[in-house]
Design a protein around this ligand. Structure first.
Ligand code: FES
Length: 187
């Protein structure tokens, strides 16, 4: 793959060049996962927000088409925000399984957040890892067809809306977005 990857990277660099941007290949890369850091995208006024995202998607497509053995591209997180009330990088979108869930834990100002992420197509949702019945953890629950079943008393929850199918109540949701750093959550 080395030669094909080198070719794809030089094509990606040609794409980025007009914007004074670049891509760096990181040593965390494996045979099926490319770890990259984009340089100059956020600083460039021509490439704010959606334009930058579109360019990265174009570069990703080029890399994956040239090296189809790549299962995912991991974007190195930008500076991790500190304090409460910020977006936090969680994982590359393909780390969030379809018909499964991804447990993510982070401590902010001495408070531990235990969160469950799931994905329906490209839509990602996030809820507290806590059942609405007796607030027990849900991460060992069974997931099937977009529903998670609490391992303690069997209550079932929709992973798209968080609504409980068996009783009034719902899981506590968090805002999620998918950007240059993959999936991010607002806490
Ligand atoms: S704690 Fe989840 S159903 Fe009772």
């Amino acid at each position: 793959m080395d030669t094909r990857l080198a070719t794809a990277l030089s094509e990606v660099r040609a794409l980025l060049l007009p914007y004074q941007a670049d891509v760096e290949l990181l040593p965390e890369s494996t045979t099926d996962m490319l770890a990259v850091r984009w340089q100059g995208l956020n600083e460039n006024e021509q490439l704010r927000d959606l334009a930058a995202l579109k360019l990265v998607k174009q570069a990703e497509t080029l890399l994956i088409n040239t090296c189809p053995e790549l299962q995912q591209i991991w974007h190195y997180p930008q500076a991790i925000p500190t304090g409460k009330g910020a977006w936090y990088a969680v994982a590359p979108i393909l780390h969030i399984p379809r018909n499964g869930m991804h447990l993510f834990e982070i401590k902010i100002e001495n408070k531990l957040y235990s969160l469950l992420f799931s994905r329906l197509g490209m839509k990602v949702t996030c809820f507290n890892n806590q059942c609405s019945h007796l607030e027990m953890p849900l991460d060992h629950g069974k997931v099937s067809h977009g529903t998670i079943t609490c391992p303690f008393h069997g209550y079932q929850f929709c992973l798209e809306t968080g609504n409980c199918f068996n009783a009034p109540g719902m899981l506590v949701p968090h805002a999620v977005r998918v950007g240059l750093q993959g999936v991010e959550v607002f806490l």
